[in-house]
Design a protein around this ligand. Sequence first.
Ligand SMILES: Nc1ncnc2c1ncn2[C@@H]1O[C@H](COP(=O)(O)OP(=O)(O)OP(=O)(O)O)[C@@H](O)[C@H]1O
Ligand SMILES: [Mg+2]
Length: 265
Amino acid sequence: MIHLSAIEKSFGGLAVLKRVSVSVAEGTVTALIGPSGSGKSTLLRCVNLLEIPEAGRLTLGGEVLDFTGRPPARDAVRRIRRQTGMVFQNFQLFPHRTALGNVMESLLVVQKWPAPKARARALELLDKVGLAHKAEAWPLQLSGGQQQRVAIARALASSPRVLLCDEPTSALDPELAQEVVDVLARLAREGTTMMIATHDLRLAASVAHEAIMLDAGEVVEAGASAELFTTPRQARTRRFISTLTPDVSLAPSPARHETHEPGAA
Ligand SMILES: Nc1ncnc2c1ncn2[C@@H]1O[C@H](COP(=O)(O)OP(=O)(O)OP(=O)(O)O)[C@@H](O)[C@H]1O
Ligand SMILES: [Mg+2]
């Protein structure tokens, strides 16, 4: 349901994504792993068009964008972007809005919902991430783990087809990271489609169904996360995984959402 096909992106002559093709089925979670600078964040940013690739094709829901030739029309970019939600490493909450205000913002401003409806939806989402009791708190009054859970609720507010998470736990101490892993695992069980760039193998192994190893802007290996983490086929993947902790061979592999049919696109 998300297809990236032969995506190319460069910055000032440096090729950062080299004909990258990736498919993500509805209701599944895909982990993007690979060394620093391998292109994980850039790939996520190409899905929500914060970066516009120079070549290749993106299919998301009913939208198909071909990047070869003219830059895509602004309307098409907006339609794609509205189907994505993004969670960043450093949360990026609006500091002058409460937790509730952060989650309501896009519903009020982009979707033009009336305030009572936006408020009800935002409270529901805060409850989903275990923070209904912090609705009136300011970002500075929240722990990092709580801020990230608000950021997740905010990203889900417009019911995106895909949640894009860029290193969602890497700014957090292990205990606070676990809160965020738990929330993402719950969303995965509920069938939320996600792409997660991460160095955190605990997150990747406990939440992702599929994994993609990137190196120097190329897909080195892709497949079921349980296999890729424990018995990688490529030497580059094996070397990379051996540099990470903890030992993922001990982690249980995540259950798939019950309505997901393996292989369905
Ligand atoms: N806006 C930009 N301008 C110039 N170069 C960029 C820009 N964004 C990324 N790059 C370069 O693109 C390459 C890939 O960066 P990217 O951030 O996608 O890597 P990453 O895999 O997410 O790394 P990390 O694990 O450190 O987050 C790097 O060489 C980076 O320096
Ligand atoms: Mg990155």
